[in-house]
Design a protein. Structure first.
Length: 461
């Protein structure tokens, strides 16, 4: 039977998704000096070669199979520097036909006899990946290393990262994940040099690891904490630090640094705070009045607390505490060191991120945004979409009164207004030639939050 298909149908997908900035995954900056390692071969022939000392090391391991009736030997050369790393050469034993005969157990024993390798003054320790009975093969030079960035979902995942229950990293992550609501994922980054944290974070971001927003640190050193805060400031992210001393606030005045002052710093109360808040919709909740699992009051006197909270003009930057409120320990008051409320900073970041993403999606998925009234309307529609989302997340104030409707528009649900050019013709010719809209503006009114109230009551008899 013959058929005809006179129509040709082409369907093009025009909704390419755009990456979105995340606000829910915290980053923990870890101070533990991790021991570098490499796994050579697998199963019963496998050995883990691990540096004896923590931190950055420059060690390579090579298995050489050469000649007939070769004797097993393990030797070290090199200076252990970046330009001249230690080279541990395992010359594998062979039979009369040149076939390797050394087992993993024999190599481990030989390495432990060699004083410069795994013996008395050695640089590595060896452990089996199996039972050690497997015969090895030639292996090209392998470098001991460590993945300094990792993402975990459970506290038990820390054991794979050489983090012990006695480590500060464990205590911090435990506080983070022990809240009633908690992040689904936590990122960890092992710092080599706190003084170079700005460069380390830049390298991390340049490597594509940039899905984190709120940042924590295990260090309790004031200069290290302030260095991290300085490094975070230009990244449009938020740093939460902790100390038992108000001295951490000295000279601080930033919108992107939050310090919780507490006498029990080893419990990492600021991590518990981030753990509770990170899963919430960005900007949707105030950081005040939050009850944190496993955390008590900060333990300062009324006057000390007042100084931390900068209730006196002579105090240093704004800090935060956990205070008693009707018998319940709650966070207070939820400000950055500049005095800005944390949720306001998060709200601003959220609106900016979603606007940039929305406009990128519009431009990528549209052949051309015409320089016409229709093109302006596309900008207005995308901005309206973002502002309505912000309203749904309790960031923008709702339209409630007739006065609100007159000010922002009867069709609006939230308090925002977009100002477009009066007409395409009103835009200067030079801007039109450069394909630039110079004058789109918007006015937004945040929903805010009530933290305090004064109630006057007159009683008569």
């Amino acid at each position: 039977m013959s058929t005809i298909t006179p129509q040709k149908i082409n369907i093009n997908l025009r909704t390419l998704p755009i990456g979105q900035k995340g606000f829910g995954m915290p980053l923990v900056l870890c101070g533990k000096a991790i021991q570098y390692f490499v796994n050579i071969l697998t199963g019963n022939a496998g050995i883990r070669w691990m540096a004896r000392t923590g931190g950055v090391t420059f060690i390579r391991v090579v298995y050489v199979v050469s000649g007939n009736n070769t004797a097993l030997s393990v030797a070290r050369s090199g200076a252990g520097s970046e330009s001249d790393p230690y080279i541990i050469t395992v010359t594998v034993a062979t039979n009369g036909s040149g076939v390797p005969t050394s087992t993993a157990a024999q190599i481990k024993a030989a390495a432990e006899v060699a004083s410069s390798v795994a013996g008395g003054s050695g640089v590595v320790n060896l452990s089996f990946l199996g039972d050690g009975t497997g015969v090895v093969s030639a292996v090209s030079s392998q470098t001991l290393g460590y993945t300094r960035y990792a993402e975990i979902s459970e506290i038990t995942d820390l054991s794979d990262l050489q983090v012990l229950s006695s480590d500060p990293e464990y205590a911090l992550v435990n506080a983070l994940l022990s809240q009633e609501v908690r992040p689904s994922k936590v990122a960890l980054y092992f710092v080599v040099d706190w003084a170079q944290i700005a460069n380390e974070l830049a390298s991390l971001i340049n490597s594509g690891k940039n899905a984190w927003y709120k940042v924590l640190a295990t260090t309790r050193n004031t200069s290290h904490l302030q260095a991290v805060a300085n490094a975070i400031a230009p990244l449009k992210k938020l740093f939460f630090g902790g100390s038992d001393s108000a001295g951490l606030l000295s000279g601080r005045n930033g919108d992107r640094e939050v310090f919780l002052i507490h006498k029990e710093t080893t419990k990492y109360p600021e991590a518990a705070w981030v753990g509770l808040m990170a899963p919430k919709l960005a900007g949707s909740a105030t950081y005040a009045y939050k009850r944190l699992s496993g955390q008590g009051v900060s333990g300062f006197s009324q006057s000390e607390s007042a100084s931390i909270l900068k209730e006196s003009p002579n105090s240093d930057g704004f800090g935060n505490i956990i205070a008693d409120y009707s018998g319940v320990p709650v966070t207070w008051e939820g400000k950055t060191t500049s005095g800005q409320y944390i949720d306001v900073v998060v709200a601003k970041d959220f609106i900016e991120a979603r606007l940039l993403e929305g406009l990128a999606s519009m431009n990528i998925n549209t052949d051309k945004v015409h320089y016409t009234s229709q093109g302006l309307s596309m900008y207005e529609a995308k901005m309206t979409e973002v502002f309505n989302q912000a309203g749904d997340q309790n960031i923008l104030g709702p339209i409630e009164t007739e006065e609100d409707r007159k000010a922002f528009g009867a069709e609006k649900r939230f308090k925002f207004k977009i100002f477009l050019p009066e007409s395409i013709e009103s835009i200067p010719q030079n801007d039109r030639a450069d394909r630039v809209i110079p004058s789109i503006r918007a006015r937004l009114v945040l929903g805010g939050a009530i933290h305090k109230a004064t109630i006057d009551i007159d009683i008569t008899v």
